[in-house]
Design a protein around this ligand. Structure first.
Ligand code: NAP
Length: 254
């Protein structure tokens, strides 16, 4: 049994993770932490992460908290030789470099996935493949209106993966002018990213490729938070066998 602590236990993702960990025969939920105390699924929620890591001695800490809290949570877990499995978005490249160094220094593997849904990972891999042949591309990501950060980690990672296989270039008309600020979206090496925030959505993304007389659209929809759970459970089981920092669910699928 792998001992797991869930941080962000009272959140939308945290509650779903607690149920998934409890339902898995190879995982044992040993503790739950959030900013406020409470109870989820019969489990007491503590408020002091450092004390909870000492008290429950988990092997893995799952983190679904907030973009402004995740980095310090991860560094704290690594300092106590607990492996972080991180779903919280908003970690910068600099943060990731520091996490990688801390993971190596503490001989404690860490895992970060901007998206734990298998379909979303396949969407990104397909997008990278298509971009070699159809390099004109824009990304539209659509999320619920409680999401704190934009663009989504998935949109940013998709753009990064596409950028690895095509030369950066400006898209659209060379003389185009925005008559409303930001109407053409964010610019990632020339790839435009558009973020939609509305009630009714969970997590969705379209990657639209344009070519002569044709378009190709790859779309993924997470219609419920349970879509992320097989990925989170798999990461909890595999993280201790990794080394340093691993980023992306695709790295542990095979
Ligand atoms: P949420 O409902 O706001 O849950 C976050 C929870 O963490 C809240 O209960 C929050 O408390 C708590 N929290 C905030 N700071 C904390 C800290 N320092 N220590 C412990 N707990 C803290 O958000 P969510 O929808 O579950 O999403 C959480 C994160 O996961 C977001 O960054 C989201 O983008 C990401 N996400 C990732 C994936 C993926 O596949 N990687 C999928 C879905 C969501 P308060 O409400 O009091 O602040």
């Amino acid at each position: 049994m792998i001992k797991v602590l869930v941080n962000g236990a009272l959140g939308r993702m945290g509650r779903t993770v607690i149920a998934a960990v409890k339902a898995d025969a190879e995982l044992e939920l040993v503790g739950a932490v959030d900013i406020f105390s409470g109870e989820v699924d019969g489990v007491k929620v503590e408020t002091d992460l450092a004390a909870a890591l000492e008290k429950f001695k988990p092997e893995v800490m799952v983190d679904f908290t907030r973009p402004d809290a995740v980095f310090s949570n991860v560094m704290l877990a690594l300092s106590k030789k607990v492996s972080p499995v991180v779903g919280t978005t908003g970690l910068s490249e600099k943060n990731l470099a520091e996490i990688r160094a801390a993971a190596e220094e503490n001989s404690t593997p860490a895992f970060v996935a901007p998206n734990f849904a298998l379909g979303a990972v396949l969407m990104m891999l397909m997008a990278q493949k298509v971009a070699k042949y159809m390099p004109e591309v824009e990304i539209i990501e659509l999320h619920h209106d409680k999401k704190l950060d934009a663009p989504s980690g998935t949109a940013e990672l998709t753009a990064k993966m596409i950028s690895e296989v095509r030369a950066a270039h400006k898209q659209g008309h060379p003389d185009e002018k925005e008559r409303l600020a930001h109407v053409r979206g964010a610019d990632y090496d020339g790839i435009r990213i558009h973020s939609v925030r509305l009630p009714g959505y969970v997590a969705h993304q379209e990657v639209i490729f344009g070519g002569l007389g044709q378009t190709l659209t790859i779309r993924h929809d997470s219609t419920g938070r349970d879509s992320f759970m097989p990925g989170v459970v798999l990461a909890c089981k595999k993280v201790r066998a990794l080394t340093g920092l691993t980023v992306g669910l695709d790295k542990i699928l095979d």
